[in-house]
Design a protein. Structure first.
Length: 249
């Protein structure tokens, strides 16, 4: 029977076989598992269209201490009661930050890294596929919102140093909302507009790089806290003094 197969078909089969043989092998990776074991998570976000890129770095220590850095600001969490903010002069003008403002900045810093991870996980799913040879893997992703779905272009890659890179770029907003009726109590025009306004714009993107490897034991005890603001109002001079003041274990 093979003698009746055309030369073109044979060439096509041979090409497909060669492509399959040369295709890079890949492995599934759980984003949540990678994040739980991370020593460092770098995230970047942009609204697209030439908008500035916002980078955030979150470093985790074996002692459960966390250091978050963005722009020229930092938040250091040594233990539950020992949280310090480095807010350079001029960031808050000439007025000292109120306790509520300090807490809000610290909270936003903690949520920024986690929020970026949640964004890419929602677009890509918890289990992502990475090529074992370090090449990029691209696929379409989709996440739900109140009245439809958001579509994304998802790129995953295992970096040369072993870090996991995930990038989600929004490509489309699908709005399936039906025109509101006068007696609607929930899906009103105002609610539809409000939910739509909460979505990231098309073209926006979030990138997260999750670094594994052993975590450093703890923040350097000799690290100076001069110029840092304590959430608890103390004036610790060093990390070691702050740990002692707050009885950090």
């Amino acid at each position: 029977m093979i003698c009746n197969v055309s030369r073109g078909v044979l060439l096509a089969v041979m090409a497909a076989s060669a492509g399959a043989a040369n295709a890079a092998s890949s492995s599934p990776v759980s984003l949540m598992s990678a994040a739980e074991q991370a020593s460092l998570i770098e995230s970047r976000y942009s609204a697209g269209g030439g908008a500035p890129v916002v980078p955030v770095t979150t470093r985790y220590f074996a002692s459960d201490e966390v250091l978050i850095s963005w722009d020229d600001q930092q938040v250091l969490m040594l233990c539950r009661e020992a949280v310090y903010l480095q807010n350079p002069a001029g960031k808050a003008g000439d007025v000292a930050l109120a306790a509520e403002q300090r807490q809000m900045i610290a909270y936003q810093a903690m949520m920024s890294g986690l929020g970026s991870l949640a964004t890419v996980a929602e677009a890509a799913g918890d289990s992502v596929v990475v090529a074992d040879d370090g090449s990029e893997t691209r696929r379409a992703g989709e996440s739900s919102w109140a009245y439809g779905v958001e579509r994304h272009d998802v790129t995953t890659q295992r970096m040369a140093d072993g870090a996991l890179r995930i990038r989600a770029r929004k490509t489309e907003t699908v709005n399936k909302a039906k025109p509101a009726e006068p007696d609607d109590m929930f899906s009103t025009e105002d609610d539809q507009a409000a939910r739509l306004s909460e979505l990231a714009p098309v073209g926006s993107w979030t990138e997260v790089v999750v670094h594994g490897g052993p975590r450093q034991a703890q923040v350097d005890p000799a690290m100076s806290l001069k110029g840092w603001i304590s959430m608890g109002g103390d004036q610790a001079a060093t990390v070691a003094e702050a740990r002692k003041l707050h009885d950090c274990k």
